[in-house]
Design a protein around this ligand. Structure first.
Ligand SMILES: O=P(O)(O)O[C@@H]1C[C@H](O)[C@@H](CO)O1
Ligand code: URA
Length: 319
């Protein structure tokens, strides 16, 4: 058994034995809906390098998880986990992922996992995390994507709390291709969690707005940039589209929201997305902010989730 799992199970590295996180739900399991899994003795979560029948048991390791915080970059998520460990005093685990695809850190009942760029990468992470938490018998889990985005008609640095996620056809649906067909699934975020995060941002004095998030399949043409390697539309086309999006309530572009909203909904877990706008796309396409400004911006979603999580943490005196 790797040292880090051993430590976690002995309560040495995550403090899970006496920490509760009250997130307002009761006894909702993390759902999987796959009859084939029932007949399968073991299940290897390839992109984490973790098995269902892990020595020591997934329940002991992950059964207490109440929040999964996720975003694209592995180093950013590691930094968030370390900062949350400092903010909360909760012990920080080693990287629990044995694969280099994703990192996974644990601070008490909170997991910090990166998802890479775009829905295809993120969906692999979500499927394996949903199965992991299902096998661990975790209950009442919330997932929050804390990320970056391109703002539409908002000042750079504004954090957008998504009140819906739309695909490139401007529908609140996640599109998959299965069996040669297009399958569309509802993209649904948790209103209460979104409202709570919006309130937390307001209380912290962080510039915040609510709006729809457009989930693009790429950074350039899919977001109507004029600075990609290919561009077969005009500047007028771009601005017409951005203005149309703004008029129907879209406030930012990113690349994961519909997949995130539909998969969390299908798993019966509550999901929310808060992304800082790195730029206002009505003013340009290049993300050319300096390093310290970028850092200040990427810290804003973290400051919100950290304050929110700390407000939910209580000591379980019976633990
Ligand atoms: O991980 P974040 O939220 O920063 O990811 C956004 C969406 C795309 O994956 C990426 C493009 O730069 O930024
Ligand atoms: O413009 C942007 C910035 C970050 N992420 C995106 O997907 N688009």
């Amino acid at each position: 058994m790797p040292a880090q799992y051993d430590e976690i199970m002995n309560g040495a590295s995550n403090g899970a034995t006496n920490v509760m996180l009250q997130n307002g739900s009761t006894d909702h399991i993390v759902k999987v809906n796959n009859p084939y899994l029932q007949g399968q003795e073991d299940d290897f979560l390839y992109h984490f390098g973790i098995s269902k029948n892990e020595a020591g048991g997934l329940k002991e390791c992950f059964g207490d998880v109440k929040f999964v915080c996720t975003g694209g970059s592995p180093s950013r998520l590691k930094m968030y986990a370390e900062l949350f460990h400092n903010d909360s005093g909760l012990p920080l685990s080693e990287n629990l992922s044995r694969s280099d695809r994703f990192c996974m850190y644990k601070t008490g009942p909170i997991l910090w996992i990166n998802h890479g760029m775009g829905v295809p990468s993120m969906s692999i992470m979500l499927v394996e995390t949903i199965k992991l938490l299902h096998y661990a018998d975790a209950k009442d889990v919330c997932f929050v994507r804390i990320g970056t985005s391109g703002g539409i008609g908002v000042a750079p640095g504004t954090v957008i709390v998504s009140n819906g996620a739309i695909n490139g056809l401007l529908e609140q649906k996640h599109i998959q291709f299965i069996k040669g067909n297009i399958v569309k699934r509802d993209a649904i975020l948790d209103k209460t969690l979104c409202n709570d995060l919006y309130e937390t941002a307001s209380q912290l004095g962080i510039p915040v707005d609510r709006g729809l998030t457009l989930c693009a399949d790429d950074f350039y043409e899919g977001q109507m940039r004029l600075d990609g390697a290919f561009c077969e539309y005009s500047s007028d086309d771009k601005f017409d589209f951005l203005r149309k999006l703004h008029s129907i309530g879209v406030r930012n572009f990113e690349m994961e929201s519909t997949g995130f909203a539909s998969m969390t909904h299908r798993a019966g877990v509550r999901g929310a997305i808060i992304c800082v706008a790195l730029l206002n796309r009505l003013n340009g396409d290049q993300v050319s902010i300096d390093k310290s400004c970028y850092h200040e911006y990427e810290m804003r979603p973290f400051r919100i989730i950290s304050a929110y999580l700390r407000s939910l943490l209580t000591e379980n005196i019976n633990g």
